[in-house]
Write a protein that binds this ligand. Structure first.
Ligand code: ZDP
Length: 299
């Protein structure tokens, strides 16, 4: 039987979305996902996302396979794409999407301004709540950041301690790193100039460092202003990507923990900007950004 898919991207972090609402088991295996993500022999994507029936009273469940077939707990850009995909599947997107520069908000599913569409999504990182706003942006309640070494996990500090400005040897250099989990693990390093980092060679050495038993997503951050960060990312299981939503959230949290930035900031990724807020009121992290449909097809 043919399986239909739709390709979406959030700031160039691209995903193959599968309508898996009629079964709670993904219709594709990790091996098939690896093939589909291949940019030369497949469709090309950073991951495959499945929209499954909700669990524990949620509207839907999200599962994702990275392009290497591993399964992360969460995916920030992916969940914005999933929200758009669900609105499309449910016929709630009131505007058609076109192909353009990818920057126009009019290409996102536009809900009725009076009633923004909100989904409660079950993920391996807990319940995450994306909301499709009337301006076409998707705002996601990403939940609470987890800061203890044991929760990340990393052995850079004892399990019940935070990991802030710890020294880590990678690629013959000593880096000052801060670790944050947004459900998935992140290691953040603040640098003078993100453009000067040889991500291709350094990234994998962070990802597979023995300090990180579940491997790690690695972000390099340049503080342009207290409310404006520039980020480059090496993703666990996917390598260099144009954007990483959980990484942008984790980086803002790391910036606040180290006193380098405000609780609300724009994070500029190679694929474009995300607005991130670590709320003083409820301590949750909110991420706002775009999600775009690119094309559909059949496998
Ligand atoms: O944690 C991981 O293994 C990541 N590669 C998952 C994907 C994260 C993502 N880029 C994001 O936006 O949070 C999708």
């Amino acid at each position: 039987m043919a399986i239909e898919f739709t390709k979406y991207h959030g700031l160039g972090n691209d995903f193959i979305l599968i309508d898996n609402r009629s079964s709670s088991v993904p219709v594709l295996t990790p091996e098939q996902a690896i093939k589909l993500c291949d940019r030369h022999f497949g469709i090309g994507a950073d991951g495959v996302i499945f929209a499954l029936p909700g669990e524990n009273g949620t509207d839907y469940t999200m599962r994702i396979f990275n392009s290497d077939g591993s399964e992360p707990e969460m995916c920030g850009n992916g969940i914005r794409c999933l929200a758009g995909f669900l609105a499309d599947l449910e016929g709630l997107a009131t505007r058609d999407w076109g192909l353009g520069t990818g920057k126009e908000s009019s290409q996102s599913p536009i809900p009725n301004p009076q009633s923004p569409i909100t989904y409660r999504i079950h993920t391996l990182a807990g319940v995450i709540t994306p909301q499709l706003k009337s301006d076409g942006q998707v705002k996601v309640d990403m939940g609470l950041p987890r800061l203890l070494a044991g929760e990340i996990p990393t052995n850079l500090a004892s399990a019940e301690k935070k990991v802030i400005n710890e020294l880590l040897e990678v690629a013959g250099q000593t880096w000052k790193v801060t670790c944050v989990s947004m459900g998935n693990p992140h290691c953040i390093t603040f640098v003078e100039d993100v453009a000067a980092i040889s991500l291709e060679s350094i990234g994998p050495q962070f990802e597979h460092h023995p300090a990180f038993p579940q491997r790690i997503n690695t972000e390099f951050i340049q503080v342009v202003r207290r409310d404006y960060l520039k980020m480059r990312v090496w993703e666990r299981g996917a390598g260099i990507t144009l954007a990483c939503g959980t990484g942008a959230c984790a980086s803002l949290v790391a910036g606040v923990l180290t006193g380098k930035c405000d609780r609300t900031a724009t994070v500029e990724l190679p694929g474009g900007p995300l607005q991130i807020e670590w709320s003083e009121i409820d301590q949750r992290v909110y991420m706002t950004g775009q999600a775009e449909r690119v094309f559909s097809g059949k496998l």
